[in-house]
Write a protein that binds this ligand. Sequence first.
Ligand SMILES: [Ca+2]
Ligand SMILES: [Ca+2]
Length: 353
Amino acid sequence: MSYLDTNLSALLASVLNDLDAASGASAQRMSKPELLARIHNALSSGPDVSRLTSSPPQIIAAIHNVVSSGADVSAKTSTVPQMLAAIRNALSDAADISHLRVSEGALWDAAMALVAATNDVVDLRPAVLALSPVVMFDPSDLTTMFQETTGASATIPAVVDSPVGSILNIGTAGGYATASADANRPLLRLSGGLYYLDFDGTNDCLVFAHGGSITNPVDRLSAIRQSTWTSADRIFTGSSSGRILKQVTASPQLNMENGAELTLSPGLAVATPGVITERFNGVTSAIALNANAYVTGSGGLNAAANLYIASETNSTRWSDIDLFGFVQFHAAQIDASITTVRTWLAAKAGVTL
Ligand SMILES: [Ca+2]
Ligand SMILES: [Ca+2]
């Protein structure tokens, strides 16, 4: 990790330059969550800005004030330079600003926590999408789901309590996850204001083909509920031996397996929604429930070319689960990005992290 030793004006100028170079941001309007995500990405990728030291509360409070002002923080009401100028003006009111230094991760975590805490209607989906996940499913977006199993050519919109045969991948790979037959379609449900896909544990499975073999590292995050628990049932698989999340040994344990196994115990209580983070990265793999500490160790090195939801390869070990959201990266993410994704998934599933 490198360290930044600069004042905020220089930092913001650097961020704006990065954004402009990438996207012509000086003319671009974006929502505040999108802007925060872009700032986050810029800070994370710069050669000298990946980490600062100390965390002054004035900076966090000032950014919070700017971000939370306005009636609708998700509306695209300002250009990027206008928002950065407002942040800079707010920061300049703080004492001794030219010498403040801040940890990018701490700043981002605190800013997102404050935004989430004070704007309970903020949808972090734009912020998650800005992280460029390869695969992402959002069952609360009814425009992404269809009743037929035919993917791009499907035309009958999904409706609550009816089957979903195709769901659009809103991640960078595009395409659809589809059921291989009508009997294999989960049902779209709505309960307590939350949408989810209800798999029957008998033959329901959605399949997404990556189009090639995917190797480590893979970060996979999901919001699920185990309706029942049967040892060896599969929540997700990539193949019969790769990128597996399964129910194992004793209720309600879960483990991830990719040639080696990491067990999450006591796991996720049956009938309770939770956010599962699986980080497939050989001997430094990790799995966690919600915001709890990771269980770490070897998860193995197998590759997998597909994603099967609620079954082992669409052929056996079907699990009786509900799926509220799914996000998969084919590169290791920084902790702040994991936090952003978890926060979005938790909101989709009604989970308090
Ligand atoms: Ca079925
Ligand atoms: Ca079910």
